[in-house]
Design a protein. Structure first.
Length: 345
C-alpha cells in the first residue's frame, strides 16, 4: 500500500476511535447523529464522488479504504457514507450537493428500483407538474432528499413533499431508515431521462465500495473471534487449541487476505466491471461466512449486543440483500465466463 493510503487508513482508524467506537452500540439502535455526519463531512468522507469544482469522479482506492475501515467499527456508518456518495454522484444541483456533502442534509438512492426484480417497489407518477405515489423498500428513507425513478422512466430528485410510510422491521443497518415513502410533491427535478439505466451504472460503480464494506466487516468479525478464542476455555483448553475451529478460521483469514489483495490489484489500474463483480460476489459471501463462524465461536455470548458480533452477522446478510441481486449478478458473470448469455434456464 502506498504511503498516502497508509496515512489515510490510520486517519480513518483515529476517526473511529474518536467518534464511533465508544458509541457503536448506540449507532446500532438510534439514527446516526448530526454531529457524526458533520464529522464525516469535515474529513471529506461524504464527498468522495464529487470534486470541489463540481466535477464527478473519485479516487476509488481512497474511497474503498475509507469504507473498509469505517465498516470495521460501524457497518451502518459505512453504508450511510456509501449512500451519501452515490446520491452525490448522480445529482447536479450545486445547492443540494453542498448541503449533503456538508452533512447538514442527507440524500439517498432507491437502488431497490433495479434490485427488487420479483417484487413490486410501488409506483410514482409524474404528471401535471407533480410526482405522486408510493415507493417501497427505500434504504435511507429518513433522508432529506430522495433520488428515485418514476413510472415513465425518469430519474427524479424529490426535494420535499414526501413522508415515511410503512416502517419495515430491519435485520441490519438499524440506524438507517428503511421504509416505504409516500409522495405528493411539486418540489422535484428530473435528473435523467433514462432512470434505471443511470441507476444500473451507479450500481456497477459501487461494486468495489460494497466489497470494501464486506471485507471490513469480515475482518472485524475475525479479529473479535481470534481474540475471544485466546481467552475462552472449554474442556480445559483454550478454544484456539481445537483443530476444527482453528482450521476453519485460518481458511477464512486466508480467503480474506486473498480478497484484499485482489481488491488492491483491481484498484492499481482502471477497474473493469468483470473483476469488480467477481470481487463483490466473493466478498459478500466471505462476510457472511466469517460473521457466522465468529458468532459460533462466541457461542451464546455472540448474540449479546455488547460483544459486537451479532451486528456483523445481521449486517452481512442485509448488505447482500440491499446492494446485490445475486441471481442477476451471477447471470451477468456467467456471460463473462462463457462469452455469451448463459445460466438462464
Amino acid at each position: 500500500m502506498e504511503d498516502e493510503y497508509e496515512i489515510l487508513e490510520n486517519t480513518v482508524r483515529d476517526f473511529n476511535t474518536k467518534y464511533i467506537d465508544s458509541n457503536a452500540l448506540r449507532f446500532e439502535n438510534e439514527n446516526i447523529s448530526e454531529q457524526l455526519m458533520k464529522a464525516l463531512s469535515d474529513q471529506g468522507f461524504l464527498s468522495m464522488t464529487v470534486q470541489p469544482d463540481g466535477k464527478k469522479g473519485t479516487d476509488m482506492s481512497a474511497y474503498s479504504i475509507i469504507l473498509e475501515t469505517l465498516a470495521k467499527s460501524s457497518p451502518s456508518v459505512a453504508v450511510k457514507t456509501l449512500l451519501t456518495n452515490s446520491f452525490l454522484s448522480l445529482v447536479e444541483n450545486r445547492e443540494i450537493i453542498e448541503a449533503v456533502s456538508s452533512g447538514m442534509k442527507s440524500g439517498t438512492v432507491t437502488f431497490s428500483d433495479i434490485l427488487a426484480v420479483r417484487t413490486s417497489t410501488g409506483k410514482i407518477v409524474m404528471e401535471n407538474g407533480k410526482v405522486t405515489g408510493t415507493k417501497e423498500f427505500v434504504v435511507g428513507s429518513d433522508s432529506n432528499f430522495i433520488l428515485t425513478t418514476v413510472d415513465s422512466g425518469e430519474l427524479v430528485l424529490i426535494k420535499s413533499g414526501f413522508r415515511i410510510g410503512k416502517n419495515y422491521k430491519k435485520l441490519g443497518f438499524r440506524s438507517i431508515g428503511f421504509s416505504s415513502i409516500e409522495v405528493d410533491s411539486d418540489d422535484f427535478e428530473v435528473v435523467a431521462k433514462e432512470g434505471k439505466e443511470n441507476l444500473f451504472k451507479e450500481y456497477d460503480q459501487i461494486a468495489i465500495p460494497v466489497s470494501a464494506i464486506a471485507i471490513g466487516m469480515g475482518e472485524a468479525a475475525s479479529e473479535k473471534a481470534i481474540e475471544y478464542s485466546k481467552v475462552r476455555m472449554a474442556f480445559g483448553h483454550y478454544l484456539k487449541d481445537f483443530q476444527p475451529l482453528t482450521f476453519e478460521m485460518t481458511s477464512l483469514v486466508a480467503e480474506m487476505n486473498m480478497l484484499k489483495k485482489f481488491m488492491r490489484d483491481i484498484l492499481s489500474s482502471t477497474p473493469d466491471l468483470k473483476s469488480a463483480m467477481f470481487l463483490k460476489m466473493k466478498a459478500l459471501r466471505f462476510a457472511k461466512d466469517m460473521a457466522k463462524t465468529s458468532l459460533q465461536i462466541h457461542g451464546g455470548y455472540g448474540y449479546l449486543e455488547d460483544f459486537g458480533i451479532e451486528k456483523f452477522y445481521r449486517d452481512s446478510m442485509a448488505l447482500s440483500v440491499l446492494f446485490s441481486n445475486e441471481e442477476e449478478d451471477m447471470e451477468r458473470l456467467s456471460g463473462f465466463v462463457f462469452g455469451s448469455k448463459a445460466g438462464f434456464v
